[in-house]
Structures are given as C-alpha cells and as structure tokens.
Design a protein around this ligand. Sequence first.
Ligand code: UDX
Length: 437
Amino acid sequence: MRISVIGCGYLGAVHAACMAKLGHQVIGIDVDEAKIAALSNSKAPFYEPGLDELLEEVQASGRLSFTTDMAEAAASSVHFICVGTPQKKGENGADMTFVDAAASDLLEHLGPGDLVVGKSTVPVGTASRLSDVIRAQEPDAHLVWNPEFLREGHAVADTLSPDRFVYGVSDGSEDHPAVSVLDEVYSAPLAGGTPRLVTDHPTAELVKTAANSFLATKISFINAMAELCEAAGADVTQLADAIGMDDRIGRKFLNAGIGFGGGCLPKDIRAFMARAGELGADQALTFLREVDSINMRRRTRVVELTRELCGGTLLGKRITVLGAAFKPESDDVRDSPALSIAAQLQLQGAVVTVTDPKALANAAKRFPELHYEPETHVSVEKADALLLLTEWQEYQNLDPYELGRRVESPRILDGRNVLDSEKWRAAGWTYRGLGRP
Ligand code: UDX
C-alpha cells in the first residue's frame, strides 16, 4: 500500500520506518528540514534503539523516503497524522496547532476513498471535528482515530507488534469501509495475533488518555506508599513486590522513585483534566490533580534527602547526578525529573555535574547552566554525594568499591531503588533509597 506519515518526530519516524518494514511504500513528511535531511541519511534525530538500523534497511529497499513537500502525500491513499500535541504554554490544555495544520495542509491532496488516520494523542472530540472538515473537502475520504501506545526505548517493537490496535471510526461499526483498509495496512501483526477493537471516534481517543492516566496513577500510588513507608519505617520495594503478586494489581509500573516524566504522561494527564473541564465533567478527574502533585512532590523530596545526605546543607557541595534522560534507553529530556532535580540542587547552592550515556546534548540545551561530563568515572571525581536518577543499566552495574576510591564522600541516593543497598553499605557507602528505611 502507499502510505504517507505526516510528522516525523518520535512517533512518526518510528511509524514510517515500521510501515515500510511491513512491506508498504512510505513517504515521511515533516516541515523541519534538518529532521528530513537526517532521516533521509538513515539517522534518527533522536536516540531510539534499533531505529537507525531499521531506517537503513528499509531505505535500502526503496520503500521509504522523506520530504518536506506535502504535495507528495497525493500519491498515497492512507495518511497517518503523527504530529505532536504539546502542553499549551501557561495552560493545562493540549496545543492542537500542529494537528490542525497537518490536517488542513493535507486536505487538497486527498482523493476519493483515502483514509486519514490520526495517531497523535488528542483531546476527545478532535476526531469528529476533523472528520467533518475532511468530508467537506472530500466526501469519499474517511477519518480513523488509531491511537499509538509505543514506549520510548521500545518504540520499534511496540509498533511492529503492539498489545492491541484500536480503530475509532465515525459509526463505530466493524462494517465501516475504513476497517478493511486499516486491516490491510496492519495485516502482518494482525495475522500474528495482535487483537484489534473497532470503536467510535470518542472512545478511541479516550482509550489513549485513559491508559496514560491509569499508568500515571499507578506510579503515583506507589510513590504515595513510598511517602508512608518513609514515615512508618517500612520498605516500599518489598511492599510493591508483595502487592504486585496479586495479579489483579500486577507488579509492572509499581516502581517507586523520583516519579514519572517524559513527553507524554505529565502533559497528557493535564490535557485530560482540562478537556474534562470543558465537557463539564471536571469532577471525574480531580484525582489526577493529586496524581500530578504526588509526582511533583517526589522531586522536592529528593532535594531534601540530598541536603540531609550532605549533612544539612547543599552550599558548595559537589553533587553528581547519574542520568539526565526521563528514562533509560532514551535521550529525551522533556519534563525529565532527573534534570529538574539537578537544576533545583544547583539553584540551592550545590555544584552539580550531570552525566548520561545519551542525553547530555539535549540536557545542555534545556539547562545550559549545569555542568555536563560524558564519562561516568570523571563525573564522580571528588563528589560529596551521588544521585542515581535514571536507571541506565551501566549505572546499575557500577562497582561500589571502585567508585568509592574516586569520590570525596561515599554517599549515594538511589532515586530509582535499583541498587543492592546491602552491597553498597558493605562497601562503606551511606545508601539512601526512596521509601526505604
Ligand atoms: C508512555 C506510555 O507508557 C506509552 O504507552 C504512551 O504511548 C506514551 O507514554 P513513555 O513516555 O515512553 O510511554 O514512558 P514510560 O515507560 O511509560 O515511563 C514514563 C515515566 O514513568 C518515566 O519517567 C519512568 O521512569 C516512570 N516510571 C515508570 C516510574 O517512575 N515507575 C514505574 O514503575 C514505571
């Protein structure tokens, strides 16, 4: 099939490469010339494991190319909208500028029978609104909302074999003509057993925001338990293991620590609250405000604990922050709790050095005032305290004995509860976890 993918960021670049991998002829379109130039050379403009190799493979096959010219979408019959929906400046709602621009730029290139497939995370009601705009231009075209659930760091695998497909069509019916077309697009994963659900437009939009809200709530729940564990002298990691054995609860997403960040969960729960307010259903989501504030409290807690760890003052203390990305296997620093903590510590008088295997360039753009050092062993030299804030495997593998010889004082705060506390204490370190005695 001939497919266009509009928006080549985290979502679109991966989607374009994966659609080509599934055997389709794909054109990726973006307004950012630098991004298109990089992608045309099989270089993703961000770090995502396996993506560069996949881009190279599918571009060599001639099935994938990139352009800034929307007119090239005219040769395709299925158009995926994969542009971003960031948080509006100074407001909780989602900024729909890019989605609206993508849809309106596409209009004149649509032909009868074409499918416009929305993948971006949008406020409920967007699909029906865009559907009307599209049908006014091309009565025989259809709009489907087909949310994407990929996780950064696992984006290629999540796109090629997702947990499920959700198709939101105008009448919510299996017989809608768009269903068979999308089934053809995804024929390989469907044949491999990936389930798919057909819903109406608003349900499909809500599936995505509900899923992200649930995940955020689960993380804030365990972080609230971490606060209680600290107050009561209990251990939240054991508590999570024990409640997670109940398969109604499950152990995944119950890792207490510095909280969630990234380009999705924080802004998606805020946009969801804002949309609920517009719909007159704000009471239904007031709990998400609490989810957000529990999450933000983690960052303050880490600053306080670091001050305790440093003997009561941060002034002039040399702190090394291990990890800048919002999660491992990513160079994404959008709303990264690790970086936000590093900046707070610096503001309160500490001398902060940040290290990360992949995210330093992005981090330096966002917080140029922090000091960055790519080599872990150099970054820890003469440190008064280490903070492990992004759980990259290489930090989990650090040798406490070897590291102890480099630092000024062997003190570590494990912001992700991933280190073996006994091993570190046995090597002479003062170890602090979050929600652990
Ligand atoms: C998320 C959703 O998982 C994905 O389905 C959606 O499409 C986009 O948003 P992503 O932002 O890539 O994906 O990250 P995710 O793996 O969900 O982690 C989000 C944040 O939660 C990270 O900062 C992570 O460190 C944190 N987290 C995760 C915890 O603090 N504890 C956990 O137990 C799990």
